[in-house]
Design a protein around this ligand. Structure first.
Ligand SMILES: [Zn+2]
Ligand SMILES: [Zn+2]
Length: 234
């Protein structure tokens, strides 16, 4: 059983207040009266707290104004709805990428229908796809991202090329890092490949590859390769 304590956003202590305060929920951005918040004033509304992972990922990425897919990914991974490993990462990856891409492009109104489409497709990428089908779902998630962003279909030419190229680049990097599966490591690797790809092909800046990513979830992963993982905090 996974154990997490403290604020789901920052891990700091949660305070229970004498008087309610009006605060925005970190996931849906709705403003609510609350008597529980962390020392840094992070707060999650009861409705978001109770959402299953796919619903939380959709609600958060549609509402978010962030331009950093890695920051959004970590914020979602801190929720107890998102398990250490699981097929929700196959949707998490394209959702944070689409959200950041349309926020950077100044077209946030485009997000709702595109993230819903990515969800429909990601729901078909089953758990264990990495080991059973030889195609890590986080890598497939970057292909879904590119397909939804470019409007690719099986009949497209350039959009088809970009979508398959995106998956292949993420998949190669994930494969070369080796098993066993870690949905955090592979999501970080896939998102970083997508940062590089969108910068090179579209000039879209979704964050720098030099931005450090430190995993805070390794203690939940009994197969963690520790110092052999590029994201293990030294
Ligand atoms: Zn906090
Ligand atoms: Zn909320």
């Amino acid at each position: 059983m996974e154990q997490r304590s403290g604020c789901l956003c920052c891990g700091k202590e949660v305070l229970y207040l004498d008087q309610p305060e009006s605060l925005p929920c970190m996931y849906c951005k709705g403003v609510f009266l609350t008597q529980a918040r962390c020392v840094d004033s992070h707060f999650i509304c009861d409705a978001c707290h109770a959402l299953p992972a796919f619903d939380l990922i959709e609600r958060f990425t549609v509402a978010s104004t962030s331009t950093s897919p890695l920051e959004m990914a970590v914020a979602l991974m801190r929720s107890s709805s998102v398990k250490m490993h699981g097929p929700e990462h196959h949707f998490l990856v394209p959702a944070v990428l689409l959200s950041a891409a349309y926020n950077v492009r100044g077209e946030p109104a485009e997000k709702g229908k595109r993230i819903a489409l990515a969800r429909q497709r990601a729901e078909h990428v089953l758990g264990g796809f990495c080991g059973f089908y030889g195609s890590c779902g986080a890598a497939v998630g970057t292909g879904i991202f590119m397909s939804v962003m470019t409007g690719a279909t099986p009949l497209s030419r350039e959009e088809w090329r970009l979508s398959n190229l995106m998956t292949s680049q993420s998949l190669r990097t994930i494969a070369e890092a080796g098993g066993p599966r870690c949905c955090k490591r592979n999501s970080f690797l896939a998102i970083r490949e997508a940062l590089r790809f969108t910068k090179d092909r579209f000039g879209l800046d979704l964050g720098a590859l030099s931005d450090p990513v430190k995993c805070e979830f390794f203690s939940l992963n009994k197969e963690c390769r520790k110092v052999e993982c590029p994201f293990y905090p030294q």
